[in-house]
Design a protein around this ligand. Structure first.
Ligand SMILES: N[C@@H](CCC(=O)N[C@@H](CS)C(=O)NCC(=O)O)C(=O)O
Length: 258
């Protein structure tokens, strides 16, 4: 999808505009792209400036990515609002299960991956910790890290609990995929694709990115994303990696374009 327009130009346009961080396969951004792609909803990619974007702040009252702005509706800057927008604009294929038990289960796991204090949130705190405490990190990276660490609540006292939370979340998702396989389903919820399959496929990158030919990214991002913690590695069922590959192959755009 990318072929970015700037915020100023995007504000004069109508339809769906999706603000993304160029050059970075950020988990929330890749998941939002995936959801709109699966539903075949056309959207215009808009460039976010990482680490502080006054123009985006003026438009959307915050400056993280992704943000989805549809016509003159309110900007949607959280994953759950973006999912509901996509579901409304293109009800089929439905990515929110119709059955309440499946829906409760799906949103629970999605929140563990995408929500505050969830998988990506906690992994980000570990990344800040590593950049800020490892000798030899460049001043450029340190500057961006300090800005983002303040914005996203980094505190060295949170590191152990963040690691434990990541392990807990990945174990629960591993149990889910194993149970679904036992039932004979290829999907994480019920018998069909749901938003959780897409969130997992996109969020898996922050521990085990797809190879460079399928997901090109700067070496420093690849290195930062790639998990080296044995406890986190042990929490992930190999079926989860297989599942990510299946979802990308069957439903999402490859190579990842950002
Ligand atoms: N607000 C999003 C999460 C978005 C988010 O955390 N975006 C980060 C990705 S790491 C970002 O834009 N970071 C760069 C920046 O803040 O400049 C949600 O809750 O769904």
């Amino acid at each position: 999808m990318p072929n970015y327009v700037e915020v100023e130009q995007a504000r004069t346009m109508s339809g769906l505009r999706l603000v993304l961080s160029p050059g970075v396969p950020g988990p929330w951004s890749e998941a939002a792209k995936g959801i709109f792609h699966v539903k075949k909803i056309p959207c215009i990619a808009v460039r976010q400036k990482m680490g502080g974007d006054p123009a985006l702040r003026e438009w959307t009252a915050q400056d993280s990515a992704p943000v989805a702005i549809y016509n003159d509706e309110r900007p949607r800057s959280t994953w759950i609002e973006q999912l509901y927008l996509a579901e409304r604009l293109a009800p089929q294929p439905a990515l929110i299960p119709g059955e309440i038990g499946d829906r409760v289960l799906m949103f629970g796991h999605c929140n563990e991956l995408c929500g505050e204090n969830g998988f990506a949130w906690c992994k980000r705190l570990l990344l800040f910790h590593s950049s800020l405490t490892t000798p030899g990190v460049s001043e450029e990276v340190l500057g961006l890290t300090r800005a983002l660490a303040g914005k996203y609540g980094y505190d060295p006292a949170l590191v152990d609990a963040s690691r434990a939370r990541i392990v807990e979340i990945l174990r629960a998702l591993s149990e889910l995929v194993q149970e679904q396989r036992r039932r004979g389903s290829r999907y994480l919820i019920g018998e069909r694709l749901s938003a959780l399959d897409i969130y997992w496929a996109a969020f898996c990158a922050i521990i085990n990115p797809l190879p460079d030919e399928l997901c090109p990214m700067a070496p420093q991002y690849r290195s930062a994303y790639t998990n080296r913690d044995p406890e986190i590695a042990a929490a992930v069922s190999p079926l989860l990696y297989e599942h990510r590959d299946f979802i990308y192959r069957e439903y999402l755009e490859l190579p990842v374009d950002n």
